[in-house]
Structures are given as C-alpha cells and as structure tokens.
Write a protein that binds this ligand. Sequence first.
Ligand code: ADP
Length: 490
Amino acid sequence: MLSICIYGMIYLGSALMVYNIIAYIRYARHVRMTGDWAAERRLLNLPLILLVCFLFGYLAVGFLGKPDLIISGILFGGSIYVAMMVYLLRRITDRIKENEHLEGKLMAAEASSRAKTSFLSNMSHEMRTPMNAIIGLARLSQEDKGLSLSTQAHLEQIDASARHMLSIINNVLDMNDICEGRLTLREERFSFREVMMQLNSLIGQQCHDKGLSYNCQSLGEIDEEFIGDGMKLKNVLLNVADNAVKFTDAPGSVNCTVEQLEHEGEERTLRFVIADTGCGIAPDFMEHIFDSFSREDFSSTNTYGGSGLGLSITKTIVEMMGGHIEVESEKGKGTVLTITVKLKAVVQEAAQESVPDAEEEISLEGRRILIAEDIDLNAEILADLLEMEGMSSERGENGQVTLDLFEKSAPGYYDAILMDLRMPVMDGLACTRRIRALDRPDAKTIPIIALTANAFEDDVKASLDAGMNVHLPKPADIDLLCRTLRKLLR
Ligand code: ADP
C-alpha cells in the first residue's frame, strides 16, 4: 500500500512536471505573441502544486517507507528545482508588474506633456495675436507726423513694452522646448553679415536711446556666410547684448568684438566678446548666473525687468553649438561675456553661387502682395504696414480664398504671399501645398512667407516642409519682413 502511494506520487509528480513544462512553453509563446501575460496567470500556480507533490513524496519516503536513496534524491532534487522555478517565476511576474506600472506612468506623463505643449502652443498663439495688433498699431501711429512729442514718447513706450513682453513669451517657449528636450538647431546656410547687421542696428538703437556708446568690431577676416542656425546665433547675441544695455547706465558703453579663430577643415570657431561698463555682478551670484529663473536682486525687477531665463537658454544653445560661454565681472565696474560657437564653412562651389551682394538694394515699391489672414484687424494692420513701404496688397480671409485668388490671377501678378497658418476652411499649410502643386509657371517660384503666431520649432519645420520659403513669427516685424522680401525677390 505504502509503496503504491510512493510510486503514485512519483508518477503523478512526473506527469505534472511534463504538463508544467508544456504549459509554460505555450504560455511563453502566448505572452510573446499577444503581449498579454495576465490571460493565463493561473498557470503560475502549477509549480506550487508540483512542489507540494514532491515535498509530500519526500516526507512519505523519509518517515513512512524504507528510505530509498534514488527515490529520495529525485524527490529532494525535484523539490529544489521546482522551488527555484517558483522563485524565478515570481521575480519575472514582479518585474512585469513593475514594467506595467512604469508604462502607465510614462503614458500619463506623455499625455500631460502633450497637454502642456498644446496649452503653451495655444497660449502662445493667443498672446501673439493681440501683441501683433499692439506692435503694428503703435508702428502705424508713429508714422503720423502731427503727433505731439509726449504722444510720440508714449507710442515708443508702448512699442518697447510690447517687444519686451514678446521676448518673455519667446523665452518661456524656448525654456519649455529645452525642458522637453525638443530644442533643435537648424543646419542651413545663413548670412553672418546680416546677423551682425541686425544685432548692430538693434543694440545700437537701444544704446543711443539710453545715452550709451556702442561699438562693434571684427578682428581679422571673417567668412560672410556659414552653415548652422543663424536665427539662434542671433538670439544668443541679442540676449547677452540686451543684458549689457539693460544693466548699464549712462554715461557708459557697450562694446562687442568678433573674431574667427584658427580652423580645421570645414569647422569654424567664432569668438564674441561683449563688454559693458555697467553695474557688474557680485561674486556670490556668479555661480548662479546661468541657472533658470535666477536674478541677482529680485527687488530690481522694477528697475531692470527680466525673467532670469535669458542666460540659461543662451548657455544651452551655445553648448548645443559646440561652444561655451564665460563671464567675468566686477561689481560696479562692468561685465565681460565671452562666447565661442562652432559653425560649418560654406564650401567653395556653394559660395560661388552665393546671392549677390547684400548691399544691392531691391526696391519693394509697387510690389503686389497676397495676404492670407483670417483676423480682420491683423490683415488691416499688415496691409497698412506694407503700404507704408510702397507695396499694395490683396487679402484672402482663409486658405481657400487665397488659393482661388492666386489661381485666378495671371502668372506673375502677385510678387509674394504672406501666409497665416491657422485659418478656417483651409489652413496655411494646405493652401501652400495646393499652390505649389498648381500647373502654372510661378506656382513653384512665388515666395511664400509664413507669417504666423505659431512659433514653435515644429511649426517652422511644418511650414518649410509644406513649401514655404521662410517662417517669420508674429507680431510682424516690418523691417525684418521687408529685408526678407528683398532677399527672396532678388
Ligand atoms: P534676465 O531676464 O533677468 O536678464 P538673464 O538670465 O539674462 O535674465 O540674466 C540673469 C541675471 O544675471 C540678471 O537678472 C542679472 O542679475 C545678471 N546679469 C546678466 N547679465 C548682466 C550684465 N551684463 N551686467 C550685470 N548683471 C547681469
């Protein structure tokens, strides 16, 4: 009777072992194919049953029967083997559970990040639209020659405040891109000379308004064009030079030098030194100067203004460009910021097909521009700004109307199209694609400029991919727009 029991348990245990192995192979295949490990979870109990069988068999042999060495060995070894299997399976299932938990968290984080980005994108759009009206109307009003001096001064202040507000919006958007790891650099040919011209014109004007002297010098030969992200380089220089002007009181000075260092192959290194004779930075603040939201004296908000984001963004961009930024300063004496960045040289053949000299002015007088813009006030302001520069315009209040106007016009009737992105009926991207696909001689060549409050990097890429030549952010900077039009119409 006893030996029947013992042999029964051995055969049962062995049969269960075989079933166990087959079941696990099927289970593993099922999980691999469907990714669903929970469906046959009850299988996980099989090794436990097997373990109990082996243990009982072992105890029965040990206490009740004659201890048989071979049988005891098999039962003892089997128990240990199954116990290890149970342990391993538990670990695997725990790991799977943990992964599922992390996956859930990741999905929640991704959803929240998408919601945040879409919120910021909407807010950016919503804030830029009224800013467009404020800056545009201030600019148009300034043209009125009959204004009193105080009204002129008020208009200048409105313009300056609106631009300041805009730079804060841009900084917040850039910071968001940095935090999300979405900030990318463009790799395109740009005119370095133009970047420096814009910097000098903006900073020169600010220094003049504040009673500071401004001087910018090139030390030695510098290539006229490079390959890299010209827009970001300009933002970096503007950020640092803006600070130099902001933290310097009259009578003081802001000086900038730029130098092309030794180069290897196609790589070029540029060094900029921007020095001011302003209030300087205290030694204990120096180590925090590149931290986000850090400002030396928060009580100075009313004196100087600022978000404390500029230098943090600047440092990130400079490092992405393979360079670095250093600061030296003495409280009460002034500050010197040295920036190096790496860019690529424009190779010789490409340089030869370079655009004619920037000085060769193209007249915008009498040009006819097609404006795609759904908001009446924005369209009116833009039309007035273009008129101020001697151009005429026609307007399509959405992408479909703009497409119809272009399609019905004789080839060459319009000189360029200014395209809003978000519009009802047909958006700017679809409209551009449809225009570029038309079968007429100017469909592929007419300059199309995105002029939009959608200012994210993705928006820029989407505009260029759709076939637009340039993406300019709103509020429209009429000087930049004119320069861009001259360049594209050359
Ligand atoms: P903010 O928008 O406040 O100017 P930044 O990140 O550009 O933010 O600068 C951070 C802080 O560094 C400033 O608030 C100021 O305290 C200090 N700082 C930056 N540049 C200068 C400078 N040229 N002279 C004096 N202080 C400066």
